[in-house]
Design a protein around this ligand. Structure first.
Ligand SMILES: [Zn+2]
Length: 314
């Protein structure tokens, strides 16, 4: 039996999973991300924990097809060009981990592996051309064409959160005004709702909340609250607009939405589809599907394992 390891490196913890070559998750575990001293022990910690796990599960190294790893920064050819959350500058993750483990290693960024995971075993399962958009604290994504994730020239392929939106007036963490994530991330939804509450006198359930969150906004919209509904409309208008733009670039079969905000469920799909149909080129209007992600925070290890699976001929 052949195995794959999938590794998803985050700022606070590293998630690891042992998979069968068919993509069945056999075991998962987690270690702390040690960001001290510019995160210089992270790769060694990962290698040691994998070696221990192999011993514990009696998995022979010769039966491991490869290790896939996702990191929170732009990646080209196995090299990460800076990960602020890890304290990393330029790090050759592929060579580093291959030397430590004596196994084949494939590297991509965290949003890209999550997209591959959703394509392989999640909301995008059965599709080979998709765009995955994660609506969390920020907005990230992955563009998958014929089962391949597009990293692009400098590793920023799929940075959908920084796509120009239709009408966001807000300044982004990246310094630019109007990036998609300023309005469609969890923080963006809250920012937008607060703006509308200040500008309008309309009564709203949100005025009674101690702390407004994306969830409270979506919950209020489901109860027909007019400020919350207007927030969701603007959210959908901007997301639908960017999806319509992407629709004529790679012509995906499906857009898959993940991240905390997507837990609001069908309401997200409904509003995005409404505006997608308004902005999209006629031939993709009715042929593009919209789905919710299903793997939650395991998407990364699934996608990393998928990367490992594609290291060569199986
Ligand atoms: Zn930005």
């Amino acid at each position: 039996m052949k195995y794959l390891y999938g590794v998803d490196v985050g700022g606070t913890s590293v998630k690891l999973g042992l998979f069968s070559i068919e993509g069945e998750l056999i075991d998962k575990f987690e270690i702390k991300t040690n960001t001290e001293n510019n995160g210089q022990t992270i790769l060694t910690d990962i290698a040691n924990s994998l070696k221990e796990h192999m011993k514990e599960k009696q998995v022979n190294k010769s039966n491991i097809y490869g290790v896939g790893i996702g990191v929170p920064g732009p990646v080209t050819n196995g090299v990460v060009n800076g990960c602020v959350n890890l304290g990393w500058g330029i790090v050759n993750v592929k060579d580093g981990l291959e030397n430590l483990l004596d196994l084949k290693v494939a590297v991509s960024n965290d949003a890209n592996i999550a997209g591959l995971g959703e394509m392989w075993k999640g909301g995008g399962s059965g599709y080979q051309n998709l765009v995955f958009i994660t609506l969390g604290t920020g907005v990230g994504g992955a563009v998958v064409v014929d089962h391949q994730v597009i990293d692009g020239h400098t590793g920023t392929g799929g940075e959908i959160g920084h796509a120009p939106s239709l009408n966001s007036p807000f300044k982004c963490n990246c310094g630019k005004i109007g990036c998609l994530e300023t309005i469609t991330s969890a923080t963006g939804v809250v920012r937008l709702a607060k703006k509308l509450l200040t500008e309008k006198e309309t009564p709203s359930l949100l005025r009674y909340e101690d702390e407004i969150s994306a969830k409270t906004v979506f919950d209020a919209a489901k109860k027909n609250d007019s400020i919350a509904k207007e927030t969701i409309e603007i959210f959908g208008q901007n997301l639908g607009f960017v999806c319509a733009t992407m629709g004529v670039i790679t012509n995906p079969q499906v857009f898959v939405f993940g991240g905390g905000v997507s837990r609001a469920g069908q309401i997200i799909l409904d509003v995005v589809i409404k505006y997608f149909k308004q902005y999209a080129f006629y031939s993709i209007k009715d042929t593009t599907e919209f789905k919710l992600a299903t793997l939650e925070n395991e998407a990364g290890i699934y996608g990393a394992a998928y990367l490992a699976k594609n290291l060569g001929e199986v």
